[in-house]
Design a protein. Structure first.
Length: 230
């Protein structure tokens, strides 16, 4: 009888230890993702832009977001939402952009070699939303990662910035107005990588210019590198 009691006690101990280990394991799996911070650097383009616009040089974007991750139980998936600032800087070659108050439609005209550099900069307050997959549950800063989602942004600034020479001195000019650009943008996103580094792509789900205020059918897109962590 005594041996039977010892056997039952031993079995109960193993069951208790197993349950405790499972709870600890589940707790470890349910920890939020470490991808609280995302920083992106990309190459930007305008799909559907007519040749008369005169895109040239290296157009680029820089985006920074703070995100919060919501694990989906103990699976390899989570949902993340965040907020941040995104900027797009489009470069032009041999073109000047006319966005004065006296016109109703943005104009791209030949600059006759007057400007050394010309760019159009857009800044958005933006919220990324992602469905994330991670292969490493214990340490989400390691292993394969992938995410699909969207970004919703509100335009907070739009301006042209140019550099030209006058009397052998550089003259910098800046003109700001938001009235030709859609006040919001929605983009589909996709990214994949390993550890803290990934590549990403995004494509606009709405067009860039307001109806009647610019070339129609112009859709922004971006591809680049993402660093995430913390």
């Amino acid at each position: 009888m005594s041996m039977l009691k010892r056997a039952i006690f031993t079995v109960l101990c193993f069951v208790s230890l197993g349950a405790t280990a499972q709870n600890v394991s589940d707790a470890a799996y349910s920890k939020p993702s470490k991808d609280y911070f995302m920083f992106q650097v990309g190459y930007d383009g305008w799909s559907g832009a007519p040749d008369s616009i005169g895109l040239g040089g290296i157009s680029r974007s820089m985006n920074a977001y703070l995100c919060y991750d919501f694990p989906i139980k103990t699976s390899h998936f989570s949902f993340a939402a965040g907020a941040g600032v995104a900027s797009s800087n489009m470069s032009f070659k041999d073109k000047e952009i006319i966005i004065g108050d006296s016109i109703t439609q943005i104009q791209f005209v030949d600059d006759d070699g007057e400007f050394k550099r010309y760019k159009y900069s857009l800044t958005y307050l933006e919220a990324p939303l992602e469905l994330r997959y991670f292969s490493n549950k214990q340490n989400r800063n390691k292993g394969f990662k992938a995410a699909i989602g969207m970004k919703v942004g509100a335009l907070i600034n739009a301006h042209t910035k140019s550099v030209r020479e006058f009397n052998n001195k550089p003259i910098r000019e800046k003109v700001s107005t938001r009235r030709f650009i859609e006040t919001y943008r929605v983009s589909g996103t996709l990214r994949a990588g390993y550890g803290n580094f990934s590549v990403y792509g995004q494509y606009g789900l709405n067009t860039l210019f307001r109806a009647g205020n610019g070339p129609q059918g112009v859709t922004p897109f971006s591809v680049g590198i993402c660093i995430s962590g913390l």
